[in-house]
Ligand binder design. Structure first.
Ligand SMILES: Nc1ncnc2c1ncn2[C@@H]1O[C@H](COP(=O)(O)OP(=O)(O)OP(=O)(O)O)[C@@H](O)[C@H]1O
Ligand code: SF4
Ligand SMILES: [Mg+2]
Length: 336
């Protein structure tokens, strides 16, 4: 599926939010390092899964890629052009070309708008995308495409189930025929049985339209099926990046191994033999991350070097030839 053409290139992206204190004259007393040097490439037609615990910076990364936040440092290039330098018509094209599907199908749809108006709204913002007389037909086509009845075009969001509402969100994201869709936990609020249906729909649409996805989740099991590659995030950084096989069958970073050991295993036999790695302590504050390796306060393998030298996300051929940000990267088989 994945071709070799790079559509999105992210280079050392950083987003620090200032922490301010004071009543009249708010002065900066620190900063939340929400995203702290993230780099990756997304190929055309590829799905890159991004996984990590709550607060590790996933949504901030998504907003940076949508240009809803400006970065503190770093670049993101779409088709070779830095998105943070775009203005005028180029910025308008970016707004059409990169779309988002949000986590919560209950709050992300305006309850007072009909489904037709919700899905057709992008055409109001970008009238050049579809002539006025053709919009109804397109909205009906989009409803059909995402598996909803085009006759329900005048219904309101509350008349749909959670899974159906997420389909409405997907139809809206497709309206302007984007190249990239950033999905921020698109199935996390749905029942497990419905999750698979929505993921299958996203895969079908990807094949049909050659879409490229960034697919964010906090659980490795959710992204496995849909992702070609997966990046594991911890406290604002990607700590391991690899193909589905590299991450699930040959993980080398202790954090990935711990996340994998918490993935639900349906087969009782496999479950009995699975090794459970329990992480000690909580995720440290992104306002004050540990020195050296950020994972060291919870890592069972931590040594002195880990406190003084930051492990970079580089190839670790001795462990497995995929990037891992651990000084002592080594393969450990966790789940089948
Ligand atoms: N606008 C903001 N101002 C200040 N801090 C922020 C802002 N947005 C996010 N943060 C902080 O940045 C960190 C990363 O937040 P983010 O929402 O990106 O995490 P996340 O990985 O999406 O978490 P979750 O899984 O809970 O959605 C958190 O500590 C959060 O409190
Ligand atoms: S660098 Fe050290 S603390 Fe960090 S994951 Fe590797 S062993 Fe653990
Ligand atoms: Mg989030």
């Amino acid at each position: 599926m994945a071709e070799s053409e790079t559509i999105l290139q992210v280079e050392n992206l950083v987003k620090h939010f200032p922490i301010r204190q004071g009543i009249l004259f708010k002065s900066k007393v620190g900063e939340v390092k929400a995203v702290d040097g993230v780099s990756f490439e997304l190929k055309r037609g590829e799905t890159l899964g991004i996984v990590g615990e709550s607060g590790c910076g996933k949504s901030t990364l998504a907003k940076l890629l949508m240009r809803l936040e400006t970065p503190t440092a770093g670049r993101a290039k779409l088709n070779g052009r830095d998105i943070y330098k775009m203005g005028g018509s180029e910025l308008r094209r970016l707004r059409r070309n990169v779309q988002m599907v949000m986590q919560d199908p209950y709050t992300s749809l305006n309850p007072r708008m009909t489904v037709g108006d919700i899905i057709g709204e992008p055409y109001e913002i970008h009238p050049e995308a579809a002539p006025k007389g053709d919009r109804q037909r397109r909205v009906r086509e989009l409803l059909d495409l995402v598996g909803l009845n085009p006759e329900h075009i005048n219904r309101y969001p509350h008349q749909f189930s959670g899974g159906q509402r997420q389909r409405i969100g997907i139809a809206r994201a497709l309206a302007l025929r984007p190249e990239v869709i950033v999905c921020d936990e698109p199935v996390s609020a749905l029942d497990v049985s419905i999750q698979a249906q929505v993921i299958n729909l996203l895969e079908k649409l990807q094949d049909e339209f050659g879409l490229s996805y960034i697919f964010i989740a906090h659980d490795l099991s959710v992204v496995r099926h849909i992702s070609d590659r997966v990046g594991v995030m911890y406290l604002g950084k990607i700590v391991e990046l690899g193909t589905e096989d590299e991450i699930y069958a040959r993980p080398t970073h202790p954090y990935t191994q711990a996340l994998l050991s918490a993935v639900p295993v349906p087969d009782p036999e496999a479950r009995a033999h699975r090794e459970v790695i329990r992480l000690e302590g909580d995720v440290p504050s992104p306002a004050n991350p540990p020195s050296g390796c950020r994972f060291r306060t919870r890592c069972w393998k931590a040594q002195e070097k880990c406190a003084v030298e930051e492990p970079l996300l580089v190839l670790r051929p001795a462990a497995d030839p995929h990037p891992s940000a651990c000084h002592f990267a080594e393969q450990r088989h966790v789940v089948a």
